[in-house]
Design a protein around this ligand. Structure first.
Ligand code: HEM
Length: 504
């Protein structure tokens, strides 16, 4: 880690790497991996079925009185050859996962198992590459160049290809059925929007409508080991589901015909993008598989979780927050918009909307897990102690615990506080928002593993809030859990009455 990369850690204790800070006691990392094969399966069943995610980690924190401990992580046998990890669950120890001078992030994108490269045309795509691998630099640079070349299309495309379509579908479903399944609509519409935003052509524009269903199967094959309570809803016993989803990889040939259609679409619609790839020295074929992954897994997979999560928090916050957001959005559009529409300038004025987006990304990071291997021996610090980590050991962070750390975010760290990031004091906390696998105050580079689409994600999330409250004064929704994140059924929408000024 360069000496000023994480100044908030260093301000407190500017210590040389291996030297013990004066106040922190050095301790053995508590916890054990138990009996091989048996304990990993017990841990897996606890995690998925008997305790649940949060209780699984909280019970170990309580048992060891430590936010750093040894445990097995899912999915375990036979999916993962080695389930043993060192968990880092507080805001002090978690950033070790971003420090590429101490950790390696080769093949750890999905954790202790890696889906077959048959699902990605035989390539290890960018998300699985460590920055030390030369192709990582080329592919990440290619993705940066693509996003830059398309940046002027994001806003108009979001408005017409996402917001207008989804809002009218929600309205008509609420009118005819009394409710609208937001997740289903989002899953259908978001993929088309991405095609337009990234390439100027959606799958339906090139006769490939319905491609998102093939993408969904391809995603499920990769993510099944992380899923639970899917088949149990169909009355399949828990142990049978556990065996089917978590013990061996589902055969990749299931996705083969769908992947061929995906490849054809990206190869055709993404032709201008592939020209950019050749300029950084990538073959069109490798670039196309990376384009598929970055669009369909990184972006589409992320938006399938992020947008329902954002809407769920907004629904739960109620009318008072809706009113404040509607007022802010309409005032900003009146003063900085164009023809009554959102512009980037108007978006910049929306302090509360910005804060709401950061707060959602903090409290419900769409990707909850991060993994890495220690590149060398080093001392790992939590708030209370320091621990010796040995080269080769696997580190694991459960982000919702690290970003709800009361020692950083105060007693209300576990609550959704819409204004948390408003004003100069709020801005200081952004360095602890880590959804992108790095601090929100930093930009991703080819030398790190921070999300290449960080700015795109924040932009579309803000646009979501702005477009929503430009159109609606308020709404209600029923929220439940889904396979990943929240399931949102919108039950009512109140259309915007006032354009600007006071909402009430
Ligand atoms: C809500 C949406 C998104 C979320 C939550 C998200 C989250 C993440 C996270 C947590 C990582 C680090 C994973 C790890 O190594 O442990 C990551 C990496 C990555 N993301 Fe995103 N991402 C999103 C959208 C995007 C978009 C729009 C792109 C578009 C290009 C993108 C491209 C990538 C790439 C290429 C990497 C690997 C970076 C590297 O190898 O250096 N992601 N993302």
């Amino acid at each position: 880690m360069s000496s000023n990369r994480y100044p908030w850690l260093q301000k407190e204790k500017p210590q040389p790497e291996q030297q013990a800070p004066l106040l922190l006691p050095t301790k053995e990392i508590p916890g054990s991996y138990g009996i091989p094969f048996i304990t990993p399966i017990k841990d897996r069943l606890d995690y998925y079925y008997f305790k649940g995610h949060d209780k699984f980690f909280q019970s170990k924190i309580d048992q060891y009185s430590s936010t750093v401990f040894r445990t097995n992580m899912i999915p375990g046998p036979f999916m993962a050859s080695d389930p043993r990890v060192i968990a880092v669950l507080d805001a002090k120890s978690f950033p070790i996962l971003f420090d590429t001078s101490k950790v390696e992030k080769k093949d750890v994108f999905t954790g202790t198992y890696m889906p077959s490269t048959k699902l990605t045309g035989g390539h290890r795509v960018c998300s699985y590459l460590d920055p030390s691998e030369p192709s990582h630099t080329k592919i990440k640079q290619f993705l940066f160049n693509l996003l830059k070349s398309r940046k002027d299309y994001f806003l108009p495309s979001f408005r017409s290809d996402y917001a207008a379509r989804i809002f009218s579908s929600v309205e008509s479903q609420v009118a005819s059925n009394g409710q609208a399944n937001f997740n289903d609509l989002n899953n259908d519409i978001a993929f088309d929007f991405l095609g337009k935003a990234y390439f100027g052509k959606s799958p339906s524009d090139v006769g490939a409508s319905g491609l998102q269903k093939k993408v969904t199967i391809w995603l499920l094959l990769q993510l099944a080991p992380l899923a639970s309570n899917v088949l149990t809803k169909l009355h399949v016993p828990k142990l049978v589901e556990d065996f089917l989803l978590h013990t061996f990889a589902l055969p990749s040939f299931i996705a083969k015909p769908g992947y061929k259609s995906m490849y054809d679409y990206f190869n055709t619609a993404g032709s201008a993008a592939l020209d950019l790839a050749e300029k950084v020295g990538l073959s069109r074929d490798e670039a196309c598989h990376n384009l598929i992954f970055a669009t369909s897994f990184n972006t589409y997979g992320g938006l399938r979780v992020l947008f329902p999560g954002l809407l769920a928090r907004l629904a739960q916050s109620g009318r008072e927050l809706h009113g404040r957001l509607a007022t802010e959005v309409r005032q900003a559009v009146a003063s900085h918009g164009e023809n009554g529409q959102v512009t980037l300038g108007a978006l910049e004025q929306m302090e509360l909307a910005k804060s709401v987006v950061y707060e959602v990304l903090r409290i419900d990071p769409p990707v909850e897990f991060q993994y890495a291997h220690a590149k060398k021996d080093f001392l790992l610090q939590s708030h209370d102690a320091q621990f010796q980590v040995r080269k080769g050991e696997m580190l694991f962070g459960y982000q919702p615990f690290a970003t709800r750390d009361t020692r950083v975010f105060g007693a209300n760290a576990g609550e959704f506080v819409p204004d948390r990031f408003v004003g100069p004091d709020g801005a200081k906390l952004l360095r602890y928002v880590w959804w992108s696998n790095g601090p929100e105050t930093e930009e991703p580079t080819v030398n790190d593993k921070q999300c290449a689409g960080k700015n795109f994600v924040v932009l579309v999330a803000r646009l979501f809030v702005a477009e929503f409250f430009l159109s609606y004064d308020s709404f209600t929704a029923e929220i439940s859990g889904s396979l990943v994140g929240s399931q949102v059924n919108i039950t009512s929408l109140t259309k915007a009455k006032a354009k600007a000024g006071n909402f009430y």
